[in-house]
Design a protein around this ligand. Structure first.
Ligand SMILES: *Cc1c(COP(=O)(O)O)cnc(C)c1O
Length: 406
C-alpha cells in the first residue's frame, strides 16, 4: 500500500458505488499521490502520467511553488467576496494581461468562462430598449466548450445534446477550417464566432492560419466578436503563453481554465479594453470567481512557467514526441496522422484508440483516447526528455501489439 493511502482501491470503489452518482466511466484504480509527471495508486503502483489532470495539471502533480503559494495564502484568506479588493486577484490579472491583452473576469471552470464570454458578446450588442440587436453565435463541428446550457449548445457534437433539448436558441454550426461555410452562416444578427484555435476533445485538430485570418477579417467587416476558447490551449500548452499568439491574429475575447491555476479550479475570460464596459455592474458575477486561493495558485503557476523556461521546454519536448511518433508512423500503417502543437499531441489511428488506454495503464503509462480513433496526450510542460522517451516506448509497443491484432 502507498503511505498516503488509508485503504485499498477496491474499498474506495465500493464506497463510490454506494454514494456517488455513476455518471463517469472511471478506471478501477484509486490515485493517492502525485509528483510532477508521476502519480501513484493506493496499492503503491507508479504511473507516468501523460495526461495529468485532463490538462489541468499543466506543471504536473503538486508543483512545489504552487503548493507553497497555496500554503502561504490559506493562512490569511481562503475566500472573500468580489465586493472587496484582494492583492492576489489584482496580481494574477496583471500577470495574465501582461502576457496577453485587455482586461480579465475570473470564474471557476471552462464552461463558466465560455458562458460569460457568450453573455458578454450578446451584452456588447445590447440595444437601448433592453433587448439585444445581435445574438447569434457561430461555433464549429467537433468543438468542445463545456457542459452548461450555453456552452453545451455551442459544442457542436450531437452526442452531448441527446436528451437535453430544448437547447439555447441562437447557435449555428460550421465545419472547422471552412471559411466559406462560415460566411454563408453569418447574418446581421450574428454577434460572435466561437472556436478553439486547436480543437482538443475533437481530436487535436489545428486551425489553418488562413482560416483564422479570414475569421478575423470577417468579424471586422461584419462587426462581430471573435472568441477563442483557450481553456485547453492557454497557459503555455501550445508553446506560447496563449494559442492565438502564433496565429498572427488576436481574438476579441479569450476564455481560460484547465491549467490556469496549476490544478486548482479556476476559469477566466480576457476581453479587449473597449469591450469590457459592456459587462455592466450587476449583469454577471461568480461567487467563488477570483478567490484568493486560486489566484495565489495561478500567480505561482505563471511564475514557474517563466522562471523554469517551460515554454521552451514545451516546444522542445513537442519535437521529441513528434520524432518518436513520426518514426512509429513510418513503421505502423494503423497510424494515420500525427498532430501536435506544443504539449497537445494527437496520434490518429485507423482503428479504435480506446483499447490503448487500458493497455498502457497496465504498463504504468496514463494516456487518453478521444474522438474514437485519436490517442491524445496533454503532458506537463515540465516533462523531461527521459520521461518522453519512457512514455513513447510503452505507447509504441502497445500500438505494435494492437496493429498485429487488428
Ligand atoms: C475542458 C474544456 C472546457 C470545459 O471546461 P470545464 O472546466 O470542464 O467546464 C471548455 N473548452 C475547452 C476547449 C475544454 O478543453
Amino acid at each position: 500500500m502507498h503511505p498516503a493511502a488509508t485503504r485499498s482501491s477496491q474499498q474506495t470503489i465500493d464506497q463510490f458505488g454506494k454514494y456517488v452518482i455513476p455518471n463517469y466511466k472511471r478506471y478501477p484504480v484509486t490515485l493517492v499521490h502525485g509528483e510532477g509527471s508521476y502519480v501513484w495508486d493506493a496499492e503503491g503502483k507508479r504511473y507516468l502520467d501523460l495526461f495529468p489532470g485532463w490538462g489541468c495539471d499543466i506543471l504536473g502533480h503538486c508543483p512545489p511553488l504552487v503548493v507553497k503559494a497555496i500554503q502561504r495564502q490559506v493562512q490569511h484568506l481562503i475566500h472573500i467576496p468580489n465586493t472587496w479588493y484582494t492583492e492576489a486577484q489584482g496580481d494574477f490579472a496583471e500577470a495574465i494581461v501582461k502576457h496577453s491583452f485587455g482586461k480579465v473576469f475570473f470564474a471557476n471552470s471552462g464552461t463558466e468562462a465560455n458562458e460569460g464570454a457568450i453573455k458578454l458578446a450578446r451584452l456588447h450588442y445590447a440595444n437601448n430598449s433592453g433587448g439585444t440587436s445581435k445574438y447569434r453565435v457561430i461555433s464549429f463541428a467537433n468543438g468542445f466548450h463545456g457542459r452548461t446550457f450555453g456552452s453545451v449548445t455551442a459544442t457542436a457534437q450531437p452526442k452531448y445534446h441527446e436528451g437535453l433539448g430544448p437547447l439555447l436558441p441562437g447557435f449555428r454550426y460550421a465545419p472547422y477550417n471552412d471559411l466559406e461555410a462560415v460566411k454563408s452562416l453569418v447574418d446581421d444578427e450574428t454577434c460572435a464566432i466561437l472556436l478553439e484555435p486547436v480543437q482538443g476533445e475533437g481530436g487535436v485538430n489545428i486551425a489553418d492560419e488562413g482560416f483564422l485570418k479570414g475569421l478575423r477579417e470577417l468579424c471586422d467587416q461584419r462587426d462581430m466578436l471573435l472568441i477563442f476558447d483557450e481553456v485547453q490551449t492557454g497557459m503555455g500548452r501550445t508553446g506560447d503563453w496563449f494559442g492565438y499568439q502564433n496565429t498572427g491574429i488576436q481574438p476579441d475575447i479569450m476564455t481560460l481554465a484547465k491549467g490556469l491555476a496549476g490544478g486548482v479550479a479556476c476559469g477566466a475570460f480576457v476581453c479587449q479594453d473597449h469591450i469590457a464596459p459592456s459587462l455592466r455592474p450587476g449583469m454577471h458575477a461568480s461567487t467563488f470567481g477570483g478567490n484568493p486561493l486560486a489566484m495565489a495558485a495561478g500567480i505561482a503557476t505563471m511564475m514557474t512557467i517563466e522562471e523554469e523556461g517551460l515554454l521552451e521546454n514545451c516546444r522542445k519536448m513537442s519535437d521529441r514526441f513528434c520524432q518518436h511518433f513520426q518514426a512509429l508512423k513510418s513503421k505502423l500503417p494503423i497510424i494515420k496522422d500525427v498532430r501536435a502543437r506544443g504539449m497537445m499531441i494527437g496520434v490518429e489511428l485507423n482503428i479504435p484508440a480506446t483499447p490503448a488506454v487500458a493497455k498502457c495503464m497496465d504498463r504504468g503509462v496514463l494516456i487518453n483516447a478521444t474522438h474514437d480513433t485519436v490517442v491524445r496526450l496533454l503532458p506537463a510542460l515540465n516533462i523531461t526528455a527521459e520521461q518522453v522517451d519512457e512514455g513513447c516506448k510503452v505507447i509504441a509497443e502497445t500500438l505494435e501489439v494492437m496493429a498485429q491484432e487488428a
